[in-house]
Design a protein. Structure first.
Ligand code: 13P
Ligand code: SF4
Length: 376
């Protein structure tokens, strides 16, 4: 039992009424979730889906959610860009973010009149905790006249100091757009040094970045990929651009979580490996039954804080509400909205390592702990 009276181990009975409400959902996950386990999930799923209707709530589920969340209670599913777009669009009164804190904050920034809930306040992100608004102010002093592009994996006060946001699915286009608008050939792209290097390899723009990293993706190595290929001849390797550049060099394709998912849907490779968070493979495998997934992966401890039981508790108690100071939200909204409004004619950013990356600096003004987890 934790401080707010929530007992994550509670169980609800699997009744005929629960069965009637959830049986149509079981085929979505039955290839992964055994019947016995399903009967533990189903009562919570039924209660969540009832409460969503009663309270006029929607659940925005990131691709890294476990399948019982992603397929059975998520109303909108996708990468961080798609979830932000949906947060801006939805008419629902309440948004429950099945993802991490920076995603919930982005939803609140875009929909200030709505109640935004996150089922676990401590679902953070190593990238978001690596940099502060004060760091951005120092960067701007050090590099005047250069636009600041901020990955959405940041806190609201960081977004408030920046010119435009990006996600992994549009970073290349955003960098090219803002530099041409400002008439410059350099950009400050923070806080993920690997994403920045991977973007730099796709454009002629020179990049200044920050010493942040995703604790999940930075652990993959080129040797991992070579071993996977040696053990699985013909396997297609897809990687997320938060991986280091030498990992992407070994991959067949790199793109956002939805970019990888679309690649599998469109190409139906016989054997595939997704170099990213573990639940991605589960969710994509369920939608692509003819594809064989090789499954080395790394878990994101922050994403995995979100469970069905916590989502239910969140809807029952209206906790934990995400609040963003309106003065900060107003400035941050400009940066996020500029990204959302951008006409992206070239579709998803992809990261084939063909160019010669020009990274001018990897900055860090303070001692950062890339594994610290609170918020963001
Ligand atoms: P996407 O924008 O690709 O969904 O990535 C978000 C994220 O946190 C990946 O680690
Ligand atoms: Fe942050 Fe990495 Fe987890 Fe994504 S996978 S939320 S970037 S720590």
């Amino acid at each position: 039992m934790v401080a707010d009276g929530f007992n994550p181990g509670f169980s609800l009975p699997y009744t005929p009424e629960v069965k009637a409400k959830t049986e149509h959902l079981y085929p979505l996950v039955e290839r992964l979730i055994p019947r016995l386990e399903w009967e533990l999930h189903a009562p919570i799923i039924a209660a969540i889906n009832d409460l969503k209707k009663e309270k006029d709530a929607v659940i925005l589920a990131h691709n890294y959610m476990t399948p019982e969340i992603f397929a059975c209670v998520g109303d909108y599913r996708g990468d961080s860009l798609m979830l932000a777009q949906e947060a801006a669009r939805t008419d629902a009164r309440i948004i429950v973010q099945a993802g991490v804190h920076f995603m919930a904050e982005t939803s609140k920034i875009l929909s200030p009149e709505k109640t935004v809930l996150i089922p676990d306040m401590e679902a953070g992100c190593s990238l978001a905790t690596s940099i502060t608004g004060a760091d951005i102010r120092l960067l701007k002093e050090k590099y005047p006249g250069i636009p600041v592009v901020t990955y959405v994996n940041t806190t609201a006060d960081v977004k408030a100091e920046t010119d435009i946001c990006c996600t992994s699915s549009n970073a290349v286009q955003v960098v090219e757009h803002i530099t041409s608008q400002w008439g410059v050939d350099k950009v400050i792209l923070i806080p993920d040094q690997y994403l920045a290097k991977n973007v730099a390899a796709q454009t002629d723009i020179k990049v200044i970045t920050w010493a942040g990293a995703c604790e999940v993706h930075e652990r993959f190595t080129p040797e991992d990929i070579r071993e996977i290929r040696a053990g699985n001849p013909g396997v297609i390797v897809l990687a997320h651009p938060e991986c280091p550049p030498d990992v992407l060099e070994e991959a067949d394709f790199a793109g956002s979580t939805s970019g990888m998912s679309n690649y599998v849907k469109d190409n139906q490779p016989k054997h595939v490996v997704l170099i990213t968070e573990c639940s991605m493979s589960d969710n994509v495998a369920l939608e692509n039954p003819d594809v064989n997934f090789i499954r080395p992966c790394n878990l994101c401890p922050h994403m995995k804080r979100i469970t069905l039981a916590k989502i239910l508790h969140s809807l029952q108690t209206m906790r934990h509400e995400v609040i963003v100071d309106e003065a900060i939200a107003e400035k941050a909204r400009l940066a996020v909205q500029r990204m959302i409004d951008l006409p992206l004619t070239k579709g998803q950013s992809t990261y084939n390592q063909t160019g010669s990356p020009e990274v001018l600096a990897v900055e860090s003004f303070a001692q950062i702990d890339p594994r610290s987890s609170l918020h963001g």
